[in-house]
Ligand binder design. Structure first.
Ligand SMILES: Cc1cc2nc3c(=O)[nH]c(=O)nc-3n(C[C@H](O)[C@H](O)[C@H](O)COP(=O)(O)OP(=O)(O)OC[C@H]3O[C@@H](n4cnc5c(N)ncnc54)[C@H](O)[C@@H]3O)c2cc1C
Length: 378
């Protein structure tokens, strides 16, 4: 069953929808879809506007730019942003991962330094975890933090991260010590990105949003830039990543593509549409169950892995079905005047493979469910 929303939460959703339907917001979203590949500056304006209205980090305390709301209102913001076509990566990286990590594990000084600016959309942050050849097996990362006075110097290469080109700082995982257990000896740092010793290069891919390769060349960080305990970053990662892994972003993407498909599908597709509708509803249900678990203080890693796997695979299935049902015209992108539904199908199809990889790939999610829940041997 879907969790029941309170009348206040329904009202909040309605108010947000009105805001996201305003002409200038819609105009900004439409303009950004037609920008040259890899550019998206207009969307940052939408992000800042939501920040100014206190909507970006609504579940943070008021003193840090939030509105003391719950994770349910926060999830409503994510769902409606995506339903209205606002790519949510800036939001999910800066607020849901980096901001939440600082909120939960940062010092008072770090919270005051970063959270209000993030919440207002004045600054953004990204995540530097993956490295060339190091993704699913993150514990084998090789970026080094060498002691330097009371601080460290960071050297290494981080790849497949997003939004580094817009971000003021990053949450970066680096190795501070080595030993027999890979998980120990990783430390999380808050690293300024607009500084000497940081080189950001684009890595082009299939989707509308580029990856970055970030090279850290001996960049200095101080003790005030360590998030959590030195050598114990794995513990923080284990608590922060499941908070983001609800699948709600993927289920909302699947819903958006399906809504456009319903509007454009030729006659004779009803059976397929009903099947897709059933899957998309199940995906949304799984995602909201995750949010409800977090709201009740009962995070469930197995459920969240299940939701991540099912919702991202569903988003992919809907995008493939749209092209099968609509034909080649669905492959025209938003910049083409002949594109159907503003190129939504083409964008969804190109984004879909990445959804099943980011935040933990489908195979890793299934492996986790099989070994943790079903007790299969690892
Ligand atoms: C859209 C997108 C956004 C991203 N954003 C960020 C970001 O902001 N910051 C960041 O640091 N990283 C980011 N990443 C990187 C992401 O975390 C990695 O792509 C992911 O962890 C997978 O790692 P990999 O690409 O090295 O693939 P690999 O780990 O090499 O996996 C390759 C394939 O092998 C499979 N595989 C691997 N190990 C196993 C196993 N033990 N059993 C079965 N199958 C296995 C995987 O499922 C996958 O299909 C992003 C990736 C994408 C696609």
């Amino acid at each position: 069953m879907m969790p029941a929303f309170t009348p206040e939460q329904d009202g909040f959703r309605e108010e947000l929808c009105k805001l996201l339907c305003e002409d200038d917001v819609r105009g900004e979203i439409a303009r950004s879809r037609r920008m040259p590949y890899g550019q998206e500056s207009g969307l940052l304006d939408v992000h800042r506007r939501l920040g100014k209205l206190g909507r970006l980090a609504i579940n943070w305390p008021e003193r840090y730019g939030g509105a003391d709301a719950t994770i349910v209102e926060k999830a409503i913001v994510t769902e409606e942003m995506i339903r209205h076509g606002v790519p949510e990566n800036v939001h999910s990286l800066g607020i849901d991962i980096v901001g939440m990590a600082i909120h939960l594990f940062g010092t008072q000084e770090q919270r005051e330094r970063y959270l209000p600016g993030l919440a207002r959309g004045e600054i953004t942050a990204n995540v530097l975890f993956s490295e060339p050849g190091v993704g699913s097996d993150l514990a084998s990362l090789t970026t080094r933090a060498e002691p330097d006075g009371d601080g460290w110097r960071l050297s290494g290469r981080k790849i497949y991260n997003m939004k580094a080109q817009h971000s003021e700082f990053a949450l970066c995982a680096a190795r501070t010590s080595t030993g027999p257990v890979n998980f120990f000896g990783i430390t999380l740092f808050l690293v300024p990105l607009q500084s000497m010793g940081v080189v950001i290069e684009p890595v082009w891919n299939l989707s509308e949003e580029r990856f970055d390769l970030v090279t850290l060349d001996g960049i200095r960080v101080g003790p005030e830039d360590v998030l959590g305990e030195v050598d114990d970053g794995w513990q923080v990662l284990g608590k922060v990543l499941p908070l983001e892994r609800t699948g709600l972003d993927h289920s909302a993407k699947a819903e958006r593509t399906l809504a456009a498909l319903r509007a454009h599908a030729p006659p004779g597709c009803e059976q397929r549409l009903v099947e897709l509708e059933t899957r998309v509803r199940a995906a949304r249900l799984l995602a909201w169950r995750c949010v409800a678990n977090l709201h009740d203080g009962r995070p469930d890693e197995v459920h969240s892995a299940t939701a991540k796997w099912y919702t991202s695979e569903t988003a992919k299935e809907v995008s493939v079905a749209a092209v099968e049902l609509l034909g080649p015209q669905a492959l025209l992108d938003a910049r083409d005047p002949e594109a159907i539904a503003d190129g939504v199908f083409d964008a969804a199809l190109r984004e879909a493979p990445g959804l099943t990889l980011a935040q933990g790939s489908s195979e890793i999610m299934l492996f986790f469910v099989a070994t943790s829940k079903l007790g299969l041997p690892s």
